[in-house]
Design a binder for this molecule. Structure first.
Ligand code: ZN
Length: 281
């Protein structure tokens, strides 16, 4: 590859990132942007980092356009390796995202699904592979009812203490079981405990997933009472906020009860509860 070809490839990568970065202006799709208040970099330097990585490491992405015969391959854009998770959504108006981690759990997930359906809203479920394997019907139901099923690793370990191959196994097996349950592999992942590292970002990107963190932590796993969970959500409510809750991992009856209260209150406050979409070019 000569210098010009490399530069145009790099430009294309940066242009792709700009689409994601300009999420707020896109309007139609609820794309994500990193938290502008956080001390992290925007999408553009990440794209630059990706371009550098591609330049150093030969890969199918880089070799493909060199041949020069026929059209450039079309398909999902390669997932950029990020340096931080998305922490909020960029969008117009009062948009919020509700996320539920660690499930599915047949004791709590069905009631959460029922409440979401009663209000006709969609949420994200970051499932653990070992829970999903035992409850494939619930994973299928999540997808069938329009929710986004994300990858939350197989056994909920602290990824920062694992080898790369162990991280890969934790994430890939979970994507496999989700695909088996609902026919599609997850395109979002979330590190247990929010403990991200470079391996998690790289392997997640290799597996075609974007990292999603959260803005408001309900701390529902500490069982502070349904009213407290409800007030944490209402106090934290703001445009672009991603809420973290749990539908498994212990007694989550407070989380179930709290959702029944705060969801109609959010809707009454004119929040639109939605799920993010990935942008493919
Ligand atoms: Zn978790």
């Amino acid at each position: 590859m000569n210098k010009d070809q490399f530069l145009s490839r790099r430009k294309a990568l940066l242009a792709g990132a700009a689409v994601l970065g300009a999420a707020g202006a896109a309007g139609a799709a609820q794309l994500l942007a990193a938290d502008p208040g956080s001390p992290v970099r925007s999408a553009a330097p990440a794209a630059g980092a990706q371009a550098n990585r591609l330049a150093r490491k030969p890969s199918a992405y880089r070799l493909q356009p060199i041949a020069g015969y026929g059209p450039v391959r079309r398909g999902p854009a390669p997932t950029l390796v990020r340096h931080e998770p998305f922490l909020r959504v960029a969008g117009r108006g009062r948009t919020m995202v509700l996320t539920f981690d660690d499930g599915p759990d047949p004791r709590y997930t069905p009631e959460i699904l029922r409440t979401l359906a009663a209000h006709d809203v969609h949420a994200m479920f970051f499932v653990c592979g070992e829970m999903a394997a035992d409850n494939k019907d619930l994973v299928r139901r999540m997808a069938d009812e329009g929710h986004v099923v994300g990858n939350h690793t197989w056994s909920h370990p602290l990824l920062t203490r694992l080898s790369r191959s162990a991280v890969h196994s934790e994430m890939e097996r979970t994507s496999d079981v989700v695909e088996d349950a609902c026919g599609e592999r997850p395109v979002w992942f979330r590190a247990p405990y929010g403990a991200w590292n470079r391996a998690a970002f790289q392997i997640g990107a290799d597996l075609g997933m974007e990292p999603l963190g959260w803005t408001v932590d309900t701390l529902d796993w500490t069982a502070p009472g349904a009213r407290t969970i409800e007030s944490r959500v209402m106090d934290g409510a703001a445009p672009g906020v991603v809420v973290l809750g749990h539908d498994a991992g212990g007694d989550r009856s407070q989380s179930v009860r709290a959702l029944r209260e705060y969801l109609p209150r959010l809707l009454d406050s004119d929040y639109r509860i939605t799920v993010p979409r990935r942008q493919y070019t």
